[in-house]
Design a protein around this ligand. Structure first.
Ligand SMILES: NC(=O)c1ccc[n+]([C@@H]2O[C@H](COP(=O)([O-])OP(=O)(O)OC[C@H]3O[C@@H](n4cnc5c(N)ncnc54)[C@H](O)[C@@H]3O)[C@@H](O)[C@H]2O)c1
Length: 328
């Protein structure tokens, strides 16, 4: 299948592109390179385009069989203070992509949703039927786009899979792909930067949550496990032609302090910490119940926190020079 990966030059999209090509599909990357990197996808067909550009999308969707949608603004904290930008990209521009997809007669769509749709659920672990109650504009845009997919599916026959990722982390085992952002907000790269001396310390936002050590707990899922879930989701759309929504996580939660300790062990270096007040929009605990994905998507996460940190550390030390150039 020829699959258009919108936002495919980013962290998760580039790993998915690699897995798709290994499984015999043809990834076509569509990206504006606002946070993505050409070198992540230089072996594939690449289109430099905006998600808001309906005509450009229609042109390139002509010979496409399925669409995977990764492009988004994706910082929970920033979305609370800049909701306008988040609704513009994650809703208005994303709807342009959805309209272009339907108008092109493409019936398969896979969406990068997020556990941020759940907010701070009372019951853990989180299943797909846990009520959605986002705490941030980011989470609201993800929930709203899921709703749009349901409406479009009912009206236009589009089949979709929405994948609610928990915290994506780690890097490809090849050492060629990983997290690379000019402004990093994700915990694991920030902890490893502090370990390697690229930053003085790692900030901990709140140590007074109702968790065993007072810091937030998250479910970290290796990016290559996420990548294989996309291939399985595409198979589901090909063979079953039914829309569905899946949580993607390991079912195991780690606190911020546990992640820092594990990173110290993997890197054999100490990590300095700075405790700051809680951030608006952060949930205390997010842990996935992945039973439905196992049963229906036949998807089993293969890698745990140590493997996540090992691959991320390897990526971090081999890309320090590149990162510094991007930051400059
Ligand atoms: N990283 C995580 O832990 C995580 C967790 C849950 C959900 N998600 C979702 O997964 C998706 C991918 O996340 P990521 O971490 O790979 O982010 P990323 O920033 O690395 O990738 C996003 C890609 O989209 C491109 N893009 C952004 N706006 C665009 C536009 N208007 N037109 C064309 N291209 C555009 C960027 O250049 C980039 O290549 C996002 O939708 C994000 O909300 C990520």
């Amino acid at each position: 299948m020829r699959v258009l990966l919108v936002g495919g030059a980013g962290y998760i999209g580039s790993h998915v592109a690699l897995r798709l090509s290994e499984r015999g599909h043809i990834p076509v990357i569509y990206d504006n390179f606002s946070t993505g990197h050409r070198r992540f996808v230089d072996r594939f067909e690449v289109i430099h385009g905006e998600m808001a550009d309906y005509e450009c999308l229609r042109h390139f969707l002509k010979d496409i069989d399925a669409v995977m949608h990764f492009a988004a603004k994706a910082c929970v904290g920033e979305s609370v203070s800049m909701p306008r930008e988040y609704y513009a990209t994650n809703m208005t521009d994303a709807l342009t992509l959805l309209n272009a997809t339907v108008d092109a007669g493409i019936g398969k769509f896979i969406f990068s949703s997020s556990c941020a749709v759940y907010g701070a659920p009372e019951r853990l672990p989180i299943t797909e039927t846990t009520p959605r109650c986002p705490l941030s504009a980011y989470g609201h845009t993800k929930a709203a786009f899921e709703d749009a997919l349901k409406s479009y599916s009912a009206a236009y026959g589009l089949k979709f899979v929405a994948l609610r990722y928990f915290n994506a982390a780690g890097a490809d085992e090849s050492g060629m792909l990983g997290e690379l952002r000019s402004t990093e907000t994700h915990l694991i790269p920030l902890v490893l930067k502090a370990a390697s001396g690229q930053s003085a310390e790692v900030s901990i936002f709140g140590n007074d949550y109702e968790t065993p050590d007072g810091t937030c707990i998250r479910d970290y899922i290796h990016v290559n496990d996420l990548a294989s879930a996309h291939v399985n989701a595409l198979d589901l759309l090909i063979h079953k032609e039914e829309s569905d929504v899946f949580n993607l996580g390991t079912g195991i939660g780690f606190s911020v302090l546990e992640v820092i300790s594990a990173a110290e062990e993997v890197s054999s270096l100490p990590v300095r910490r700075l405790v700051l007040p809680r951030r608006p929009g952060d949930s205390p605990v997010l842990i996935c119940d992945g039973t439905y994905a196992k049963n229906r998507l036949h998807w089993y996460p293969q890698r745990g926190l140590t493997e996540i940190l090992r691959t991320a550390w390897r990526w971090q030390i081999s890309n320090t020079a590149v990162e510094q150039a991007i930051v400059c």
